[in-house]
Write a protein that binds this ligand. Structure first.
Ligand code: SIN
Length: 341
């Protein structure tokens, strides 16, 4: 008897992969639906059994905590279904890395979740969406992908949720994992991972609440009420009244996308130190897209009461901090969590 085909659930959320020309002038993300996307993958049904769902149909600039919550809940259900080998999410590329990281933190299952998208709309010459989706199905259905958490597959490369970043606004090869490197590659359904055994799924034993799903850091419900954490982009000649306005608006925390090693002017650091003393958790990251912010390097974090994001980028540091703030406001615990992930 033939063994059954691996079953992969495809959850569509929109993006350029589902984008098309509107009124002959430009393209709009999120026009095609999930069946349109799967309909242009001839032959895929011969090696994978597909289950399709439309979760949203938006440009990823409009991804919200509500959509993250819906996705996470549905993925949790699918992971509990023994018949499902893996899940693929089609997603706009602009915030794909944020969705990947957030889901990585709240899903603890061994079932692989693979995000993919496209740099060119579905009706463009040389559209890259079908090839990326084909590759994502190959990775999601491959037994080697079990236990690796959430991944991003773009342009033949397999990235981990923690490190992946969109590095270019328009190039086909827009995605990289600049600090830790890619997890592997995929071509013509051949999947190769460079690391073995699989990287650890995230675990925060000291501060995780008992209600987290098994193996995950945070309960999925934490997404519903995300703490207020803006990202502050540092530049030369910063305007302090603007910074005051942001901090005086009552933030739970702030992530600083600092220059170089996560730095800012003395005046900005002093204002942030005051915010930290008043209970706003300040996390220093770098706006450089690559490299590490060292604790007590150029800035005396101990004296100022700051946390460093290490090599986590500002958008992802923001998500991690927002989730952590639901469990603790203790700066040393928050630093320990950043160090452990
Ligand atoms: C989006 O992120 O939805 C638009 C851009 C893209 O998907 O490449």
């Amino acid at each position: 008897m033939l063994s059954p085909l691996p079953r992969v659930a495809v959850l569509a959320t929109g993006g350029t992969i589902a984008g098309a020309c509107v009124a002959g002038v430009s393209y709009q993300a999120g026009i095609l639906n999930v069946n349109d996307l799967l309909g242009v993958l001839p032959g895929a049904q011969d090696w994978v059994s597909l289950h399709a769902e439309q979760v949203a149909n938006v440009g990823s600039q409009d991804i919200s905590a509500a959509i993250w919550f819906d996705l996470a809940l549905r993925l949790q259900e699918l992971a509990a279904d023994q018949a499902v080998q893996g899940c693929v999410i089609t997603h706009g590329t602009d915030t794909m890395e944020e969705t990947a990281w957030l889901l990585h933190l709240v899903l603890g299952s061994a079932t692989p979740v693979v995000l993919t998208g496209a740099m060119r709309p579905a009706d463009a010459f040389g559209a890259d969406g079908p090839a990326n989706l084909y590759d994502a199905l190959a990775v999601a259905s491959d037994p080697q992908s079990q236990g690796r958490g959430v991944m991003v597959v773009m342009d033949g490369r397999i990235h981990g949720a923690r490190d992946v970043q969109k590095m270019s606004a328009g190039e086909l090869g827009a995605f990289a994992s600049p600090n830790r490197g890619v997890l592997g590659s995929v071509s013509r359904r051949q999947v190769v991972f460079h690391s073995s055994p699989a990287p650890k799924l995230p675990q925060l034993p000291d501060i995780s609440s008992g209600s987290s799903s098994a193996g995950s850091c945070f309960p999925i419900h934490a997404i519903q009420t995300m703490a207020r954490v803006p990202v502050l982009y540092v530049h030369g000649d910063m305007d302090l009244p603007t910074l005051d306005a942001v901090l005086d608006a009552g933030q739970d925390g702030v992530v600083v996308a600092g220059v170089g090693h996560g730095n800012a002017s003395q005046a900005v650091l002093d204002r942030l130190e005051r915010a930290a003393a008043e209970g706003c958790v300040v996390v220093r990251s770098t706006r450089t897209s690559k490299g590490r912010v060292w604790r007590n390097g150029e800035v005396d974090d101990d004296a100022r009461g700051f946390v460093v994001a290490n090599d986590l980028n500002p958008a992802k540091a923001r998500l991690l901090l927002a989730l952590l703030l639901q469990q603790t406001r203790d700066v040393s615990q928050i630093q320990a969590a950043f160090n452990s992930l």
